[in-house]
Design a protein around this ligand. Structure first.
Ligand SMILES: *[C@@H]1O[C@H](CO)[C@@H](O)[C@H](O)[C@H]1NC(C)=O
Ligand SMILES: *[C@@H]1O[C@H](CO)[C@@H](O)[C@H](O)[C@H]1NC(C)=O
Ligand SMILES: *[C@@H]1O[C@H](CO)[C@@H](O)[C@H](O)[C@H]1NC(C)=O
Ligand SMILES: *[C@@H]1O[C@H](CO)[C@@H](O)[C@H](O)[C@H]1NC(C)=O
Length: 280
């Protein structure tokens, strides 16, 4: 096969993938518009209600007993907020607890109240918080079936599982609903760290966007995200990287990269524009 032919083939395949993503995106946007106009899913009076109620506080005792005193065998990851442990509450709910060392702050309480007001079926459910003993913690439902990233690319425990096209489509659809729910809030919530690793799937392959509002929370309680983390993030557009200004548009760029990863099964690379990446 000649090089030129190979390049042409590559470009054609890339173009097809891009076209596919664009079509999916447009269809999703149109559907979303229709949905919001008959307002079946987001009930603004319901949101106001949960905003008033505020976030539930869990005690350090409860969380210690849920996580075997934060034992290393319960450690499931390390995210932007800090270490993540899984655990089991007395009432049978399986949880993921994000923890960081920090003195208590009132801003944190405001932020968790906000987090508890942004619930949606396609966002990881925020259950409550704990602020004790020099620790700040966020408690979420545990989403059992890993991230879209592990499904596509595998992880240290093994290769990814092959996703059927139907599953990919349903993941794309649900994820778009989760993200557009954030964007439809007043004021809009910008995710700022959207990527395949932050979209989890449950047993039924219903996608749940994780880490919604976390970068905003850290910004507002005065914790800057390391700039190395930003420049190494292939999900951020060139403008996001340079100015570190996050917006609905930068989320949509990240969503585009997410779609291309999801459809092509290839991993986004740093230092390569999405166009070169698709064509290459
Ligand atoms: C919205 O939520 C409120 C409070 O939960 C409920 O009373 C109301 O019926 C809901 N409205 C719609 C259209 O679902
Ligand atoms: C839990 O761990 C902390 C330190 O990590 C220790 O001080 C405490 O005694 C432990 N509690 C239990 C019940 O094991
Ligand atoms: C268990 O407790 C958590 C945290 O208080 C709560 O969010 C959840 O709804 C409870 N689950 C059940 C089944 O009661
Ligand atoms: C979810 O994960 C469990 C455990 O890894 C696995 O047994 C099950 O098949 C998975 N379900 C789906 C739908 O992938």
């Amino acid at each position: 096969m000649s090089t030129i032919f190979a390049i042409a083939l590559g470009c054609a395949a890339g173009g097809l993938a891009l076209l596919g993503s664009v079509i999916v995106l447009v269809v999703l946007c149109l559907r979303h518009r229709k949905r919001t106009s008959d307002s079946s899913e987001s009930n603004s009076s319901g949101q106001a209600f949960s905003e008033m109620r505020g976030a539930r506080r869990l005690t350090l005792e409860e969380l210690r007993s849920a996580t075997n005193n934060f034992s290393s065998s319960n450690l499931i990851g390390h995210g932007m907020f800090g270490d993540v442990f899984n655990g089991l509450l007395q009432n049978g709910t399986v949880i993921a607890v994000k923890t960081r060392h920090s003195p208590p702050s009132q801003e944190f309480i405001q932020e968790v109240n906000y987090l508890s007001s942004i619930g949606h079926r396609n966002l990881v459910n925020f259950l409550g918080y704990c602020q004790e003993n020099g620790m700040q913690m966020l408690v979420y439902e545990y989403v059992p079936n890993g991230s879209v990233s592990t499904h596509l690319h595998g992880n240290s425990h093994g290769p990814g599982v092959r996703l059927e096209f139907k599953q990919r489509l349903s993941i794309a659809h649900g994820t778009a609903k989760g993200l557009s729910h954030l964007h439809s809030l007043t004021p809009p919530a910008v995710h700022m760290n959207f990527k395949t690793a932050n979209v989890l799937v449950d047993e039924d392959f219903i996608p749940k966007v994780a880490d919604a509002g976390i970068r905003g929370l850290l910004d507002r309680i005065g914790v800057a995200c390391p700039s190395s983390r930003i420049s190494n993030d292939p999900f951020l557009g060139p403008r996001g990287k340079e100015s570190m200004v996050f917006s609905i548009q930068s989320d949509i760029y990240s969503f585009g990269v997410f779609l291309v990863e999801l459809i092509s099964g290839r991993k986004a690379v740093v230092d390569q524009s999405i166009i070169e990446w698709i064509a290459g």
